[in-house]
Design a protein around this ligand. Structure first.
Ligand code: NAD
Length: 489
């Protein structure tokens, strides 16, 4: 009897140990090769080529991870990242140039410059909901500033994570960008390494873990977090147009967007018309059966699906509401909250102690509660009753009401008469405030975030004007110096 040798299983190529990936990025940074402007431009070209030469692969990965249609993938992931790269390429020479700094009269003659220098090795940790954009958009800024990077894609978008891990070594063979895949154990190990900056996109809970780990090495962090982004709908002029923009912003990517409108406030008499307009808008955008639409997304996993279904407790579903665990489908759903969410007068409308689950936490899914409030001032009180949100959307034709929200609330951004689109403006900083995050990036703000603005002061030895502030002090000289120093010029 002959026994045949069992076939050797084909194992995937083993990933480099985490410490090696970080060490490679460090060695590349230390070589100085990523600092010159020409090298930064080359890196940005490589990043753009990685996207443009593999568009079908990125579209397929996003479909597999999130049922994201190719059109939506183009608009919200690939296109917006390419736009960021192009914008950066267009302006980088100017942004990277040293700037003159002012020298006070008392220190003349002298020359002051502000020289942007890279920070070193930057860790970019991303969320799963926009797994291309929130990973590669910060990377563009990191590379533009002359750093090297280690990417940690989200394990919850596994197809995109695997694609990035496969492509990065091809487009960055010099080791300037490394990839570490994995979940909590890998992230925990990664966070023990020393980085010069960490940019993290995700929840406040993990944001705290990241910040704690960063503190061990005094590493600065940029935290791109989430929260409950409110909407105020004021007058019903333009209600249909507003509802369409709102429905699009809320239900794109099945509501799994950090800046998605989380809850809508309006006065009680406007609720029925708003519900009707939202129903029509949903039908316009995704048809009568969104489940059958190629353009409507799915919930990322069963855990998130179960959490979302739990949020339907205690509310009245006025549109949608259908859900199917097997498909991880939750219909675009509009709900109303009995009594505007006020169980008793002392209870906050929004926040961990709110009366219904849907108002207690960031929804991060396709459920839109409408909360009737008495007035715009009352809406301001609701917003100020809890954490500062990542975005605030105000639909009104009144300049006074706009000012009310701009001046009396605090949020990462305010958008009037639209939602979501501020993220696609590379000239605006993107980031939160308070619990919705710290630091910002995009365009020139990425350069600022991922560089150190180093003051360089040159004070010629002759004439030696510093003698004026050195002992022994001559009475006349001292008087002159005192006057010059206090002049503030
Ligand atoms: P998350 O914070 O749950 O996870 C982010 C990553 O952290 C995970 O991929 C995982 O690798 C790692 N992680 C999880 N638990 C960890 C632990 N105990 N120790 C170490 N690492 C750990 O976030 P998420 O579910 O990927 O994303 C959802 C959140 O992200 C939402 O709150 C959303 O608003 C926010 N978000 C913000 C932005 C933004 O730009 N501001 C963009 C997208 C998403």
């Amino acid at each position: 009897m002959t026994t045949s040798m069992p076939a050797t299983p084909r194992l995937p190529k083993a990933a480099a140990p985490i410490s090696r990936t970080v060490a490679d990025a460090r060695a590349r940074y230390d070589s100085g090769a990523t600092r010159p402007l020409a090298a930064r431009v080359r890196s940005l070209h490589a990043l753009r080529a990685m996207l443009t030469e593999n568009e079908p692969a990125f579209e397929a990965a996003l479909w597999s991870d999130l049922h994201k249609s190719p059109a939506e993938a183009q608009v919200t992931e690939i296109g917006v990242t390419i736009a960021e790269i192009n914008h950066t390429l267009r302006h980088l020479r100017r942004w990277a140039r040293p700037r003159r700094g002012p020298v006070p009269l008392a220190l003349l003659p002298g020359r002051a410059r502000l020289v942007p220098e890279p920070l070193g090795v930057v860790l970019v940790m991303s969320a799963w909901n926009y797994p291309v954009q929130v990973l590669l958009n910060p990377l563009a800024g990191v590379l533009a500033a002359g750093n090297t990077a280690v990417l940690k894609p989200s394990e919850l978008a596994p197809a995109t994570s695997a694609l990035v891990a496969r492509l990065v070594p091809r487009y960055f063979p010099d080791g300037a960008v490394g990839v570490v895949e994995g979940g909590v154990p890998e992230t925990t190990e990664l966070l023990r390494e020393h980085f010069d900056h960490i940019v993290f996109t995700g929840s406040g809970t993990v944001g705290r873990i990241v910040m704690r780990a960063a503190a061990e090495n005094l590493t600065p962090v940029t935290l791109e977090l989430g929260g409950k982004s409110p909407v105020w709908i004021d007058d019903d002029a333009g209600l249909r147009a507003a509802a369409r923009r709102l429905a699009w912003a809320k239900f794109t990517n099945a509501g799994q967007t950090c800046v998605a409108p989380d809850y809508v406030m309006t006065t009680p008499d406007r609720v029925p018309a708003l519900v009707d307009a939202l129903r029509d808008a949903i039908e316009d955008l995704w048809g009568t059966d969104p489940r059958a639409s190629e353009r409507y997304g799915r919930i990322v996993n069963e855990r998130q699906f179960d959490r979302l279904v739990g949020l339907l407790d205690g509310v009245e579903v006025v549109a949608g509401g259908e859900h199917d665990r097997g498909e991880r489908y939750v219909a675009p759903t509009v709900v109303t909250v009995p009594g505007g969410g006020r169980g008793d007068a002392a209870r906050p409308v929004v926040g961990p102690d709110a009366a219904v689950p849907v108002l207690r936490e960031e929804i991060f899914g396709p459920i839109l509660p409408i909360v009737p409030v008495a007035s715009a001032e009352e809406a301001v009180r609701v917003i100020n009753g809890w954490d500062k949100p990542l975005a605030l959307y105000v639909f009104t034709s009144s300049a006074r009401t706009r000012r009310l929200f701009e001046q009396r609330t605090s949020s990462g951004a305010v958008v009037h008469d639209a939602a979501l689109v501020h993220v696609a403006v590379p000239g605006l900083p993107f980031g939160g405030v308070g619990a919705s995050g710290m630091g910002a990036y995009h365009g020139a703000y990425s350069l600022r975030t991922f560089s150190h603005l180093k003051p360089v002061l040159s004070k010629p030895l002759r004439p030696d004007t510093l003698r004026l502030v050195q002992p022994p002090f001559a009475e006349r000289g001292l008087r002159l110096t005192r006057a010059l120093m206090r002049s503030g010029r």
